[in-house]
Design a protein around this ligand. Structure first.
Ligand code: ADP
Ligand code: MG
Length: 609
């Protein structure tokens, strides 16, 4: 079994190693288990169901919300000789029927389908005549009202699955889901004892930045400044409204950038055309509303800039996460103006035309989500830590690769502070008590809260010894001491702080302790790390790839991702065997492209490049 999986991975997809979570999910699916997986954008969710689809008998149906995505995914599959197809409204009636009848004949292993398609009568023959062994729900958060992108058509999926004679394996995938949304997905889809997997949300290659800008004109300038330093890169600029998209894309084009636009107000043909221009790198800059991007898996997006603050952290992380899918360094910047909050509050509290009046509970939920987003925009803490903590990860307080960490942090000697905090825990324990983090901080700060006073805790010798430090900072240091195992948290429902044996090092051995902490006021200047690379060869490989893509009428990254080209620069393959070792090169691609690429690399090397 493992042998089959590995050989499929290399032969069809060109990879030798699984990424985090992939192998476990593939195993679960092959053991006929339902799956609910939450993995960040770019983590490689597609592979998790494509590999089992090739090994399972019958057909795998993939429900996916966006037409553009399907075409892309199927193109990519076909590049690796995987038999796949899609059914959606972009097909002509003839194409539609042909695809169905070929599916019935068993020509495909994977069939993509838009959720609306489940309503169509034609699906019946598929349902009745084909063994559907697995149903995959991509972007599964769309099924939940509590998610950030609810789509009523997703509710058709449940009924469809129930209508199948033999219950298929059901696998749900999404990049962002809070616990509530996860529960909703499992419940609505009727998942049976699903294998649940939430890989961490961290994406190390992404740099996060916030730039606070108060005047509207300054914002255009900030954007132009950024673009000037990232000339030949591809990126997305997200705006809150169609009007801003119009104005900004015009301004960027006028400034000489190859920019295009996307929003729900454009004609279908124009949207499609603009999207293609972006995907095929004819216009590497996309200015868009949030209508753009779900399912776009262009792998060489080097930056995602939010020109306005988005409505919630879920949307932000998903949109920003479209940068750097290939694993290379990429920037996620938010240009934050407090005025933008008004637009968002308006959009949340008012129904748009054609919508039903909003449920007050939903409105207040969405306003809460906007508040969390605003905290992100204004915090002086590590931005990555903020995002990850929001999704329930337990990040370190300093990542070193966000605008707050790179400019707003300094290394601080916390030896004395640590001694104070730990002695406080000792004193509490001497009284035979244990408290949660909040109470410990309250004691240190000398709070007058009733619960504290009524227990006489103000008579502890450590009461009020840190009155001068703000609560949040004490809390950060306390968390650090716990993470470093000087203190521990015990108990599940109500965790209390206890001294660990290591705490002796601080109290009795007076060990010095240093940590990174936010400076009081933090200026923001984004910086970007660039990997060392033979840039000349990389450029040559890119243009060869573009030429081949043009000839084949497919997007360049379907041939090879930037990550694969970078790996070629690193490995410099000169013959087929060496070429096969490049990440993203399988048997099929080796046969198709091995000769031309290795020839180019050879010429480059001999030419002394
Ligand atoms: P997601 O759907 O989770 O956002 P995708 O399935 O679109 O991510 O995959 C993102 C990128 O990662 C694709 O370019 C894909 O080819 C690549 N990828 C997936 N799995 C692997 C792997 N095991 N090794 C190397 N690259 C991978
Ligand atoms: Mg995906």
């Amino acid at each position: 079994m493992d042998q089959d999986i590995r050989s499929i991975l290399k032969t069809y997809f060109g990879f030798t190693r699984f990424r985090r979570g992939q192998e476990e999910i593939i195993h679960a699916l092959l053991e006929q288990r339902d799956v609910l997986a939450v993995m960040p954008t770019g983590a490689g969710k597609s592979l998790c169901y494509q590999v089992p689809a090739l090994l399972l008998e019958g057909l795998t149906l993939v429900i996916s919300p966006l037409i553009s995505l399907m075409k892309d995914q199927v193109n990519a599959l076909q590049e690796g000789d995987v038999p796949g197809a899609y059914l959606n409204s972009s097909l002509s009636p003839v194409e539609y029927y042909t695809t169905i009848s070929r599916a019935v004949q068993g020509d495909y292993k994977i069939l993509y389908l838009a959720p609306e398609g489940l309503k169509r009568e034609h699906i019946r023959s598929l349902r009745e005549q084909v063994r559907i062994s697995m149903v995959v729900i991509d972007e599964a958060h769309c099924i939940s009202q509590w998610g950030h992108d609810f789509r009523p058509s997703y509710l058709l999926i449940r009924e469809f699955i129930q209508s199948l004679v033999q219950r298929p394996i059901t696998a749900a995938f999404t990049a962002t889901a809070t616990d509530q949304v996860k529960e909703d997905i499992a419940c609505i889809l009727n998942l049976e004892n699903p294998y649940m997997l939430t890989t961490g949300f961290n994406r190390e290659n992404l740099y996060f930045g916030v730039q606070k800008i108060t005047k509207a004109q300054d914002k255009v300038q900030a954007l132009l400044d950024y673009l000037k330093n990232h000339q030949d890169k591809s990126g997305i600029v997200y705006c809150a409204t169609r009007k801003t998209v119009e104005a900004l894309s015009a301004a960027l084009s006028a400034a000489g950038y190859a920019a295009t636009r996307y929003h729900a107000g454009l004609e279908d043909w124009e949207r499609q055309n603009n999207q293609d221009n972006f995907i095929y790198d004819r216009k590497p800059l996309m200015v868009a509303t949030n209508a753009f991007g779900m399912g776009i898996d262009k792998s060489n997006v080097s930056f995602v800039i939010h020109y306005n603050i988005p409505k919630n952290i879920e949307s932000y992380y998903q949109e920003a996460g479209r940068a750097g899918r290939d694993g290379g360094p990429a920037d996620c910047l938010l240009l934050y103006s407090p005025q933008d909050l008004r637009t968002n509050t308006y959009l949340i509290t008012h129904s748009q035309s054609g919508e039903l009046p909003k449920d007050p509970a939903l409105i207040s939920h969405q306003l809460e989500m906007l508040k969390a987003m605003t905290f992100y925009a204004t915090t002086t803490d590590c931005l990555r830590a903020r995002l990850l903590a929001y999704f329930g990860d337990r990040p370190a307080n300093y990542c070193g690769n966000c605008s707050n960490c790179s400019t707003g942090f300094e290394s601080i000697d916390i030896s004395i502070t640590a001694q104070k905090i730990i002695s406080c825990v000792y004193r509490i324990e001497q009284r035979g008590k244990r408290f949660g983090k909040t109470m410990v901080v309250d004691i240190l700060r000398g709070s007058k809260n009733q619960k504290l006073l009524s227990q006489g805790l103000d008579s502890l010798s450590t009461y009020g010894i840190m009155a001068e430090m703000d609560t949040h900072r004490i809390r950060t240091i306390l968390d650090y001491l716990i993470a470093q195992e000087y203190l521990t948290l015990e108990g599940d429902t109500y965790p209390v702080v206890c001294a660990a044996s290591r705490s002796r090092e601080i109290i009795f051995e007076r060990k010095p302790l240093v940590m990174m902490l936010p400076k009081e006021a933090a200026p923001h200047t984004p910086a970007l790390k660039i990997a060392e690379l033979d840039e000349q060869l990389f450029t040559k490989l890119k243009s060869l790839r573009n030429r081949l893509a043009q000839e084949a009428h497919i997007p360049a990254y379907i041939i090879f991702s930037d990550a694969s080209l970078r790996d070629m620069c690193r490995k410099m393959p000169l013959n087929p065997e060496q070429f096969l070792r490049v990440s993203g090169v399988g048997e099929v691609k080796m046969k198709k492209y091995g000769a031309v690429f290795t020839r180019l690399i050879r010429e480059h090397t001999i030419g002394g490049g």
